[in-house]
Write a protein that binds this ligand. Structure first.
Ligand SMILES: [Zn+2]
Length: 330
């Protein structure tokens, strides 16, 4: 049976010490009783972490299973052919929401080439954030200050003062921050963020603000591995400038070789083109229509439209916002 409908998944929650409750209070996620929910993984196929379809004909199946049985429907011809061996292939993108009540560790991710040499091998990790909500004074650390060398960064990190080498700014809700592999970064306390990334989980922790983990011990750092993959030429990161496209109401936030990230405003937008789309409503309600059917997406809801489905997304009000994330042309 082909994939004929958008796929809605059960969110996978991650409880880390830096989380809070805003995944529920702002994004309406059905959290349990714990105090610290840090992440809601909305679309994931990474090892044991698997999105499972919540409703409809494919209910109960994992994203990995769907990829094995329906790679062409899911990804489209061009992208499914480049997957290679389906027994080891994975869905290439991971989308999540993060609630940072405390600052995250200063970290950096390897690129594809560097990650392929790890044991076990992984993908690299290029990521982009869209700020959903920011408390006053909340900051992001994004990129090195101009002129910071490997040696200067090492000395600063070893003396616990690594943050002094980082470019830092206060983002506003709606800002998009693009972090290619090799660019050190940290989300600060008070930010609620939507993140699209390569389906990788390889993080080199450079500095953890001299604090202790859940077990009372400092969490391990990976300073040497981190210093080795940092791009020292990249410099400070500033918010992306949204670019208009031929589709009025569709603005391009990021176009890189790993993913495209668009924001959809008022209008009716075609969702298809022979590739999959991850759609996430971050403000207000919007209407997705396909094959004579419809589904309302409200704030915090995510759906995956397979490449085999042609749909329209109707965004009624100028205040509403939807993120549309997909693979670039092969
Ligand atoms: Zn990261």
């Amino acid at each position: 049976m082909p994939l004929e409908d958008p796929l809605t998944f059960v969110p996978v929650f991650q409880q880390y010490l830096w989380g809070g409750r805003r995944l529920e209070t702002v994004l309406h996620k059905p959290l349990g009783d714990a105090a610290q929910y840090a992440e809601s993984w909305e679309v994931v196929d990474h090892g044991d972490e698997q999105s499972v379809v919540a409703t409809g004909p494919q209910a109960g199946r994992s994203l990995r299973e769907l990829l094995a049985s329906h790679a062409g429907d899911l990804l489209g011809e061009a992208h499914s052919q480049s997957l290679g061996d389906l027994s080891v292939a994975r869905f290439p993108l991971l989308f999540k929401f993060l609630d940072a009540q405390r600052v995250l560790s200063l970290q950096v991710h390897p690129n594809d080439e560097q990650a392929a040499r790890l044991n076990p091998p992984d993908l690299g990790k290029t990521e982009a954030w869209v700020i959903v909500a920011a408390e006053p004074g909340a900051v992001v650390y994004a990129g090195l200050k101009a002129g910071v060398t490997r040696e200067r960064l090492r000395i600063a990190m070893e003396s616990g003062a690594g943050a002094e080498c980082m470019h830092c700014f206060e983002p506003a809700a709606g800002d998009c921050v693009f972090i290619p592999a090799g660019v050190p970064h940290a989300l600060g306390a008070g930010l609620l963020v939507a993140e699209i990334q390569q389906a990788s989980n390889t993080t080199f922790r450079l500095h953890d603000w001299n604090r202790l983990g859940a077990d009372g011990q400092p969490r391990p750092l990976h300073l040497e591995q981190g210093l080795a993959v940092i791009d020292y030429e990249y410099g400070p990161v500033t918010p992306q400038m949204a670019q208009p496209t031929a589709d009025a109401g569709r603005e391009r936030l990021v176009a890189c070789d790993k993913f495209v990230l668009d924001r959809l405003r008022a209008g009716v937008h075609a969702i298809g083109g022979g590739r999959f789309h991850i759609l996430a409503a971050i403000e207000g309600a919007v209407e997705l229509r396909w094959n004579g059917q419809e589904q309302i997406l409200t704030t915090g809801q995510t759906t995956l439209v397979p490449a085999s489905v042609e749909a329209d997304l109707k965004v009624a009000s100028g205040d509403a916002g939807v993120l549309d994330m997909y693979l670039p042309d092969k």
